[in-house]
Write a protein that binds this ligand. Structure first.
Ligand SMILES: NC(=O)c1ccc[n+]([C@@H]2O[C@H](COP(=O)([O-])OP(=O)(O)OC[C@H]3O[C@@H](n4cnc5c(N)ncnc54)[C@H](O)[C@@H]3O)[C@@H](O)[C@H]2O)c1
Ligand SMILES: O=C(O)C[C@H](O)C(=O)O
Length: 334
């Protein structure tokens, strides 16, 4: 790869983020996982969860709110059921630590239910889900995000977080299909980015402190709230995600953690749930080919953009030219 002057290579970006995280107290193992995750989001265009998030990680580490050197406790509570206590560390390193136990459950039973608690998740789900799919697994994940930000119709205050849900499947002779979205009209991260740019948001995105529709991100973020996707249906998805990612895992519900977090905290100690399935155990030998046929039909019907297409295109461009250097990336070198 030839790096253009206003671009940085993926490896250099990982190293720069890693250096910041270790300087703030993260162990080298944790820094590597988080930095790779963060640079992956930046490279593939998920800017709402890319380098923009490094400041929040550093804040949590330096004030001792999250433990950057935590080593997870991993309990096998059933042949397919893995419970992880992240011990106030970050979720992705805890998930990475449990990889041998996850592989064992998949090999023994074809299914792994991975319940994480006492863990901060401050990023996108798709990098971990894509990695499962590249190993031939179907995977889904969900997060109790911890920032009380979402006001469903009828509620007079925020009761949910932006509660993302992600899904990934391998596809025969193609990149995996991976999608991952907040169950709110917009992620909190995107709203913060739009606020910083002084932009407005579409009507329906959120409400101000009086409960009235607003197009001003300031009004939504400061005392108002974000609307769920699809009215009551999005609210019910959030209900399910909080119930599974917090209730089932034993992690804190968003409504509990937000009250406990220190003023100005960016990351939140909550819970996450992943379900990973070996599709070959389903009795459909040709699963991958069947999904390929399904995706081909969708493209043929006019759905020519499939989830993941843009990320893969951004990734290919970054491999060729490097990742565009933003002011936020530049600040890593200050
Ligand atoms: N850690 C957390 O607590 C937290 C909370 C909220 C969101 N997030 C993350 O924020 C990220 C962005 O969330 P978002 O709600 O802004 O998602 P988004 O709107 O950017 O994208 C949603 C998904 O839809 C796909 N997609 C977008 N347009 C498409 C189209 N026209 N056709 C087909 N597919 C299309 C994308 O590939 C993506 O997978 C996610 O990765 C999510 O995990 C994290
Ligand atoms: O920003 C947060 O606090 C939660 C999440 O990452 C989001 O962008 O919605």
């Amino acid at each position: 790869m030839t790096n253009e002057p206003d671009r940085i290579s993926f490896d250099d970006l990982v190293s720069a983020i890693e250096a910041k995280l270790t300087a703030a107290g993260a162990s080298s193992a944790v820094a590597k996982v988080l930095a790779t995750n963060c640079a992956t989001c930046e490279r593939d265009g998920t800017l709402s969860h890319g380098v923009f998030r490094v400041a929040g990680y550093l804040d949590s580490l330096t004030r001792g709110w999250a433990d950057g050197a935590a080593e997870a406790n991993i309990d096998i509570v059933g042949p397919s059921y893995i419970r992880i206590d992240g011990r106030n560390g970050f979720a992705q390193p805890a998930l990475a630590e449990a990889q041998p136990q996850i592989d064992q459950a998949l090999s023994d039973t074809g299914v792994a239910v991975i319940a994480l608690r006492n863990t901060h998740h401050f990023s996108a789900l798709w990098p971990d889900l894509e990695s499962f799919a590249r190993d031939g697994r179907v995977a889904m994940g969900m997060i109790a995000s911890g920032k009380l930000a979402v006001v469903p119709e009828g509620a007079t205050r925020p009761v949910f977080s932006t509660n993302p849900f992600g899904f990934a499947t391998p596809v025969a002779d193609a990149d995996p299909i991976v999608f991952d979205f907040s169950t709110s009209s917009m992620s909190h991260g995107d709203l913060q980015l739009l606020r910083a740019e002084g932009k407005e948001v579409p009507v329906g995105t959120g409400v101000d402190a009086t409960g009235a529709d607003t197009t001003d991100p300031n009004a939504i973020l400061d005392g108002g709230g974000i609307r769920p996707i699809g009215g009551h249906k999005g609210a019910l998805l959030s209900f399910m995600i909080e119930t599974l990612a917090a209730g089932l895992t034993g992690g804190a519900f968003t409504f509990e953690i937000d009250a406990e977090a220190p003023e100005g905290a960016h990351t939140f100690r909550t819970g996450q749930l992943f379900i990973v399935i070996d599709p070959e155990r389903g009795g459909n030998d040709a699963y991958l080919a069947r999904v390929r046929g399904f995706v081909d039909m969708l493209r043929d019907a006019g759905m020519d953009r499939q989830p993941g297409d843009r990320r893969y295109a951004n990734r290919a461009e970054a491999a060729e030219r490097g990742i565009p250097i933003t002011d936020t990336i530049r600040s890593l070198f200050d």
